[in-house]
Design a protein around this ligand. Sequence first.
Ligand code: FAD
Ligand code: DLZ
Ligand code: SF4
Length: 512
Amino acid sequence: MTTLRLILADQLSHSLASLQDCDLNNDWLLIAEVREEASYVKHHKKKIAFLFSAMRHFAEELKEQGHNLHYTHYNDANNQGSLFAEVERLCKQKNVDKIVLTHPGEYRILAEMQSWQEKLKIPVEILQDDRFLSSLDEFATWAHERKQLRMEFFYREMRKKWHFLMDGDKPVGDKWNFDSSNRKALPKGMAPPQPSKFEPDTITQDVLALVAENFSEHFGELDNFHFATTRTQALLVLHEFIAQRLIHFGDYQDAMVQGEPWMYHSHIGFYLNCGLLTPKEIIEQAENAYRNGDAPLNAVEGFIRQILGWREYVRGLYWLKMPDYKAENFLEATRSLPQFYWDAKTKMNCLHQCVKETSENAYAHHIQRLMVLGNFALLAGLHPDEVNEWFLIVYADAYEWVELPNVSGMILFADGGLLASKPYAASGSYINKMSNYCKGCHYKVKEKNGPQACPFNYLYWDFLDRNQEKLGKNPRLGMPYRTLSKMTTEKRQAIQSDAQILFKALENNEEV
Ligand code: FAD
Ligand code: DLZ
Ligand code: SF4
């Protein structure tokens, strides 16, 4: 009996469900670098290099453990270019009787896998991905019992279930959430530590050359590649975060500083999402830091909430609502993605810096994604399909299960409020409060209208005005809508006119 076990690029975990009960004598593992996955969207060059290198390193480890493993290299002459075609090829070559898979992270791939049994006439078993802390059934049950699917309540259930940061049946510190202490701007002169960096070894060097040659037209820069590509290195990144940055994670979670892309964030999303780290070990280490007195509760609780709360919640939501979720466009947004999302050529300094850093690092931290890149997309009414594709392409931690709810739900309100109780819309004053971008900007953050005014200022009001029918009754937007209703007709016209001038310039591909 020969079983084939396909391992995807984001399944690089020794604890993977489909790797358990493996028969070292008879079974075959398959890891495949394929054109279809590398280019169905034009992923950032660093994202492809990272994944191919991590896949190759993981394959080496599996071979050392004695597994029979077929590794398809991107440039192999007989590489068939898709996961299915590679599976089919190996099934014939090795006389495979059965295929065992772990649930993938994308609806598109699951639908594809579900057709393989019929196509190949071989039994296909798809196992649950138990690397997550909430199963899809468990999330569906939780959601079924509720009208509103608020992350905060899901998170509390998860805290109780896993007994993370609990004292008996009470949350440590008697509060579930310490976010009110987590909104500080970075004080002048305070410099976050440099991120962990790894010199590319020969495997990574080969991959970098391959990506430079085959994906030159993809977005992003390839030089200064320093990501971890093995579990051992990823664990070092985690340890350095816990030792050096976690202490300030809460305080400066929302802060943005020009020239400081990494701040006090953990930079573990890349490794967690491709399987080199597991959520449980990360949370346990963060909790230990609190229990040992090495990090304060607001930092540790805030960090754990991101992983135990948001990460599990968006995955549950994705699988609960797909495939319809992808087509949602509650605000009927239609505008095309401006060119500056690709080339950073904009006079808006906040957007310029965030796109530039995204291109350099295949990374931007959460508040840059949410309150700068996402906020502009929301206010300008960019089409969800184009915004989703951009976010899936540009970040090395992006897979559809996590990217889509964050984009369609969190930033664009395209799901009509399933994920967020109100749109995360903000004017320039928020960006000015949380960053130093405005000091170096062509526009003036204090000006509300006219050619020198910060575009976020008039776009914010124009957004509310334009969407009044859909958002006007949202109780959490009562205050801004009351302010809008008190504005004079002239003021409202000036806002609309400034917004129209900007939209026209975007349509004409002029630099704004
Ligand atoms: P930290 O700030 O150190 O947070 C720790 C971890 O918490 C992250 O690694 C991540 O695993 C988890 N986390 C934090 N926020 C979220 C969230 N909103 N949803 C899910 N997990 C979260 N995260 C991705 O992993 N992949 C994506 O493709 C992705 N796209 C995003 C798109 C938009 C528009 C927004 C607003 C957020 C997106 N996020 C995404 C969430 C978050 O921005 C990233 O997880 C985070 O920036 C990764 O950096 P880090 O590892 O330094 O995270
Ligand atoms: C993102 C990606 C890339 C760039 N390349 C591959 C690949 O060559 N082989 C593979 O198995 N997976 C790849 N992936 C990840 C998949 O496209 C997909 O996003 C995840 O497997 C979803 O779970
Ligand atoms: Fe961004 Fe406006 Fe500040 Fe310029 S002034 S950096 S556009 S928020």
